[in-house]
Design a protein around this ligand. Structure first.
Ligand SMILES: O=C(O)[C@H](O)[C@@H](O)[C@H](O)[C@H](O)COP(=O)(O)O
Length: 240
């Protein structure tokens, strides 16, 4: 791993603009290096944060972006549970990502058929649930041990809806850069165990250790409240 940075902000109001800058700077770097920017998105609070902050950036050019989803629920795109549907309504309508650059599942297929091939990502934006899951990789689930599939179906998600597709650890841990965004006091106990270790099996989020890439944990003060490790403290004007 290229080093883990745990960065604490007073609140998500300061975290959001720094996350948007991280996305922009990694996009510029990727486009200079290989002509396109491959971005993996997650749902949860990231949807509203990115939809507010990315369109507010001056001179954001998304014409060479390729966007996919770190996990997706198998529901129709107009269902409020669809991660793609949320981003479409709130973000994709405001930035110039070409339609051909947005990779979605085909929600009319059966869950075993709609996990498609993805690739090496420049940046994955991940959330973490209070149970320590990330993507749709849940504690104690057999998918945690998946090594052959890049994207896998899941039909028994403990969090509804039950049918989803998810990136697996091999693709997550091959990314150039992974950034978790975790805010709010409900995340404090699990964040401590993920970052500082626990007795018993590591939580899925703790198993995200990019082999050759960067790892960021971008959290706010309430989420960081129980941490005893050294952290960086930044405000809204910071660059990562
Ligand atoms: O598919 C899901 O069930 C959610 O997308 C979920 O994985 C979410 O990303 C995390 O629970 C973090 O949620 P917050 O971003 O709201 O903290």
């Amino acid at each position: 791993m290229a080093g883990r940075r745990v960065v604490v902000f007073p609140s998500s109001a300061e975290l959001g603009p720094v996350l948007a800058q991280l996305v922009k700077s990694r996009a510029e770097k990727a486009i200079i290096s290989h002509g396109r920017f491959t971005l993996g998105l997650s749902g949860g609070s990231l949807v509203s944060m990115l939809s507010k902050e990315l369109p507010a950036l001056p001179d954001l050019d998304c014409s060479k972006w390729v966007v996919a989803f770190c996990d997706e629920r198998l529901v129709s795109f107009d269902d409020p549970e669809s991660t793609y549907g949320l981003y479409k309504g709130q973000l994709f309508s405001k930035v110039n990502i070409p339609d051909s650059g947005i990779l979605t599942i085909d929600s009319s297929l059966a869950v075993n058929e709609c996990a498609s091939l993805l690739f090496l990502f420049d940046l994955l934006l991940l959330g973490m649930g209070p149970d320590g899951h990330t993507c749709s990789l849940f504690p104690d689930h057999p998918l945690l041990e998946e090594t052959k599939k890049i994207v896998a179906p899941i039909s028994d998600s403990p969090k509804p809806p039950p049918q989803r597709v998810t990136m697996t650890f091999p693709v997550v841990n091959s990314a150039h850069c992974v950034a978790f965004v975790s805010t709010g006091g409900s995340k404090a106990p699990v964040l401590k165990e993920v970052l500082e270790g626990r007795e018993g099996p590591a939580f899925p989020a703790a198993r995200v250790v990019p082999t050759n890439g960067e790892l960021f944990w971008l959290v706010d003060d309430p989420a960081a409240a129980s941490l005893t490790i050294q952290v960086e403290r930044l405000g809204s004007g910071a660059k990562l």
